[in-house]
Design a binder for this molecule. Structure first.
Ligand SMILES: [Zn+2]
Length: 154
């Protein structure tokens, strides 16, 4: 369990290309969409004290929104809850997080970046007299927890 670094990633992980994650498996759902199962390949530090968690407390399957990879995908992260072993830390356990999927996020950073790029391109292409459906962009951003209130201000 301490062998988290992957000098040579497997083919699925290389193709999926989500930084700091490894593809555990994939399945095709009945309507043709693919479900990708992933796990983190990096250590996570306690958000209170920063000590790296090495002991697994529990785990759960967390669905994560991501960009299409050769078509739409459903991503399921085998997310671990770890013990904080720092005796003076008030936090006993914490969930792992990465730069790609920060704490409490259910969206990958690469999806967030792609949507921000799309919004910037959308706004750059609009003018004051156009009737583009800006509200749809705001609603979409809110549904992905992308700070829709901030993007709603024009
Ligand atoms: Zn701690």
């Amino acid at each position: 369990m301490n062998e988290l670094t992957l000098p040579h990633a497997d083919a699925a992980t290389t193709i999926f290309n989500l930084h700091d994650y490894r593809v555990l498996g994939a399945e095709t759902l009945s309507f043709g969409q693919r479900r990708i199962h992933i796990e983190s390949t990096v250590d996570s530090g306690c958000p209170s004290c920063g000590v790296i968690g090495t002991r697994r407390h529990s785990g759960r399957q967390q669905r994560v929104r991501d960009i299409p990879v050769a078509g739409p995908v459903e991503v399921v992260w085998a997310k671990r809850r770890l013990f904080c072993d720092e005796s003076s830390c008030p936090r006993r356990t914490f969930s792992e997080s990465t730069l790609e999927i920060p704490a409490r996020s259910r969206t990958t950073s690469r999806l967030h970046g792609a949507l921000v790029d799309a919004v910037v391109s959308f706004r750059a292409g609009s003018d004051r007299n156009s009737h583009r459906p800006w509200g749809l962009v705001v609603v979409g951003a809110k549904s992905l927890d992308l700070g829709g209130n901030e993007t709603a201000q024009r």
